[in-house]
Ligand binder design. Sequence first.
Ligand code: PRX
Length: 653
Amino acid sequence: MSHNIESTLIEERLFSPSDEFVKQARITPDKLQQLRAEADEDYTGFWANRANQEISWKTPFSDVLDESQAPHFRWFGDGELNISANCLDRHLETRGDKTAIIFEGEQGDTRHISYKVLHGEVCAMANALKSYGVRCGDRVVIYMPMTPEAVIAMQACARIGAIHSVVFGGFSAESLKDRIEDAGAKILITADGGHRGGKIVALKAAADAALKAGCPGIEKVIVLQRTQQPIEMQSGRDIWWHDAVANQAKTCEPEWVNSEHPLFLLYTSGSTGKPKGIQHASAGYLLGAITSCKWVFDLQEKDVFWCTADVGWITGHTYVAYGPLAVGGTIVIYEGAPTVPDSGRFWKLCQDHKVTIFYTAPTALRALMKLGDEIPNQYDLSSIRLLGTVGEPINPEAWMWYHTVIGKTRCPIVDTWWQTETGAHVIAPIPGATVTKPGSCTHALPGMDVDIVDEQGNSITAANQGGYLVIKKPWPAMLRNVWGDEQRYKETYWGMFDGKYYLAGDSARRDADGYFWIMGRIDDVLNVSGHRLGTMEIESALVANPLVAEAAVVGCPDEIKGEAVFAFVVLKDERPAGGVSDELTQQLRTWVGEQIGPIAKPDQMRFADNLPKTRSGKIMRRLLRTIAKGEEITQDTSTLENESILKQLQGIE
Ligand code: PRX
């Protein structure tokens, strides 16, 4: 552990928000101080106040936090609300004609959807779901392109208390099947396809394959017509979206649910071969989404907010489908890739839709930065007032580029640290109050008790010494469980410090000024282009191939993706000459793409007669990481049972 968390990066530059920004900000330095003081003084009272101010309750709560079943915490447990009513209905009177969603398809088609229209469409879909027998607590899987209908489907589920589980459209049929089965879903909402990267993503074909291979619980498949490409519709099971909603009323009484009613499941990779269904509750999650939109994004009435994440990830849940709508904002949804028709697409979208707040992943910035300043410089980016990043550490070089070339040195940057499990931002700057440092996510938000501890759980107070990132008090937006696997919930997040602290799974340090710096994962989870991938998951996929006897997967640094996937493979047959085979590599990459999804395809593959193991049979992953980086082996290899294979693994023999 201690080897993983040595810190080398020291950044001295400081950036304060401009007076102009501070003047108009929701949270000024004084206000931030007040919030922190309030949270320090009365932690639960602080959250109760926020919940009373920010949420429209059907039945107000009296019980703020119930810790009696820890680590299952209940927030606002006797309150009742509906998430969709909080995102839509409560704006109808004051913002009914305001644009809720600005949509642009990859091929350039655009749509503006007002709150009133969005409300009607959500109600119609909610009624359709009810007509197919979906009841409160039933699971609905959503496997859609990035279109407004993805948000409509999510909101429709929330409206009737159905629990949605969105599966990223880039996941394969096999992954979709696993998630549908684990969630026990009875309805699948998908599309004929989506436009991405100049091609059509054949979602319905993948859905058909998933349903053919299993998923006996699925009763109906609702299919959005997006691309018009021919697909198969199974009579009695498959219904077009437009037919499903055609005769449905555009009003639907919301299902009033308890605060703790599960809002959604979202599967994410962990350190075993099987992704886990992170289960979020209703009220606490909504509160985290709202407070962070206001505090971190400073989201205000006139803003046009564009979070580039797909709804298949937590970022697309909290900062596309829920948070910005709950605060009555206008969001941009873009269907396609940043490179279509050319690499100016993001900047053109910002210009055309007058985006004021732009939120994306460092990997996208690094890729766009590489292409030079001329491309963004062709566009008018003067509407942008705030920039954000998420998903992985941003290297100071990319931060400075974002600051100067995109933000024209005018816009604060909020580097937001959080996770699928945390539901909303945890460590992030408050743009009108925090002095930022390139590469640091700065400080914990008010009401969040974050610390860095050693193996015994003692706080590390020394500057720049790495340790485990933990959250010491429950918070409203936290996960409630791992769907169907309580043991895993307890072990993964609460096991290390005897149920006292939430273990984030990241290592971090604090500098002499108390700024947090995230250093990376401490488990076998990779962060590839801001997406979480379990090494075990990829290994299981590889080993499932009839050609493969054994596989070990590690990450290695990558200039654009942050981390790349490096697979060491032992074949059942003879090893190809020199340990390299383009043909086999291609074959296995395609296989992993089919098993999990294209994002999990190994970038590099090396074939050996064996893997480096200790005498007790444990694979020496640290050694493999060194080899993957192409670094000299300095660690002790004397415990290695089969030292002779080192040369093969290094690609020398
Ligand atoms: O390692 C951290 C990294 O992404 C992980 C969470 O991944 P996921 O659940 O997929 O959610 C991503 C979007 C919230 C974390 O454990 N991570 C996320 N944000 C940052 C980050 N690492 C450094 N800086 C960040 N801002």
